[in-house]
Write a protein that binds this ligand. Structure first.
Ligand code: UDP
Ligand code: MG
Length: 343
């Protein structure tokens, strides 16, 4: 990861809104309009909107760059390819410079208008105000029930109190974002990492809306991967589960051994094929399961040891001269992330 920026060099502004965007073309105009309106009325002029383009393929990239060329408050960070939601969000957080940072989804499921009440809550002295969903509109029963199950399971496994029904929609203080940016791990489950930071956090209840346009980019496969990252990043309970299984089946094995010896002494050793086959099958599958759990951790350790950068930036577009100029925030970031200064 490039050397992190010295906080003192950030030009202080009140708020950064960080939005990872994949294929969100249809909602882009509306997103820009509503976020701008919310910021205008709650923070005045001192804000920026960091739109991270996560390898979009539907024209979202061009639309965002167009916005950044005309609106000096928009900074477009174009990643070199699709890195996934959590990495795109990490990139946006690293690029943000506001004293407070609002994380938003591009699909307007989390209303930008809640900025006001969230700011008020933060004024009470909180470092993190995280959105907690009361109701999910426009999401399938399957998505809702799998999410519920996931959070319940995660809370049982992890030593921390990761709040249920939260997404990444949250308002964070500069110091909380700096702590988050300092965490180098590749497998990022950001809402868990934020919980890990501690400090003063509070829930903000809201109704999650249906997507404004388009469809979810989190199909079952990606949800399972995120769930696995969450579990392995914050818990070694699955590894312990492996050794517990080993112990249980070891004990059963010993009993079975006793039984076979007794049967041999009694002279009736021919029957028993069924039990033998059952034992072999059970042990075989348990061993594979345990190996699989080991593999999940080992694979992640392997990937971490490579110490590759988390993402590569293709280009950064912003038309605000104060932001763009030499010695400025974006200028330094450009040099750092797009390799301009690395001869
Ligand atoms: N997203 C992204 N990269 C991806 C997938 C999604 O940046 O590979 C963004 C997406 O544009 C949206 C946010 O992550 O702003 C959440 O995605 P989505 O709305 O599809 O997830 P859901 O709300 O259905 O869980
Ligand atoms: Mg969404």
């Amino acid at each position: 990861m490039p050397e992190r920026m010295d906080i003192a060099t950030r030009q202080a502004i009140a708020l950064s809104v960080v939005i990872p965007c994949y294929n969100e073309l249809d909602g882009m105009g509306e997103l820009h309009r509503r976020v701008t309106a919310a910021c205008d009325s709650h923070v005045g002029t001192s804000y920026e909107i960091v739109l991270v383009i996560d390898g979009a393929t539907d024209g979202t990239r061009e639309a965002i760059i167009e916005l950044a060329r005309h609106d000096p408050r928009v900074i477009a960070v174009d990643l070199s390819r699709n890195y996934g939601h959590q990495v795109a969000l990490s990139a946006g957080l690293e690029f943000s410079r506001g004293q407070r940072v609002l994380i938003l989804d591009a699909d307007l499921q989390d209303p930008p208008e809640l900025l006001g009440p969230m700011m008020t809550r933060m004024d009470e002295g909180f470092d993190v105000v995280y959105g907690q969903r009361l109701k999910r509109e426009g999401e399938s029963l399957f998505k809702r029930s799998s999410a519920t199950l996931f959070y319940r399971l995660l809370r049982r496994m992890v030593d921390m109190d990761i709040a249920a029904d939260t997404g990444d929609f949250r308002l964070m203080s500069r110091r909380a974002v700096d702590h988050l940016n300092a965490m180098p791990e590749r497998y990022r489950f950001i809402r868990g990492m934020v919980t890990w930071i501690g400090l003063k956090q509070t829930a903000f209840h809201y109704h999650r809306q249906a997507r404004f346009a388009g469809t979810t980019h989190y199909p079952l496969r990606k949800m399972i991967l995120l769930a696995m990252d969450a579990m392995t990043s914050f818990s070694i309970v699955p590894l312990r589960f492996a050794s517990h299984l080993g112990m249980i089946f070891g004990a059963i094995g010993l009993l079975a051994l006793g039984y076979t010896i007794v049967s041999w002494i009694e002279g009736n050793v021919i029957p028993g094929w069924t039990s033998l086959a059952a034992i072999v099958l059970i042990l075989g599958s348990v061993q594979l399961l345990v190996l699989g759990i080991f593999g999940e951790y080992l694979g992640r350790m392997y990937m971490e040891t490579k110490r590759r950068p988390l993402y590569i930036v293709n280009e950064i577009v912003c038309c605000d001269p104060a932001v763009e100029g030499a010695d400025s925030h974006v200028h330094r970031l450009k040099a750092m992330f797009t390799g301009a200064s690395r001869a």
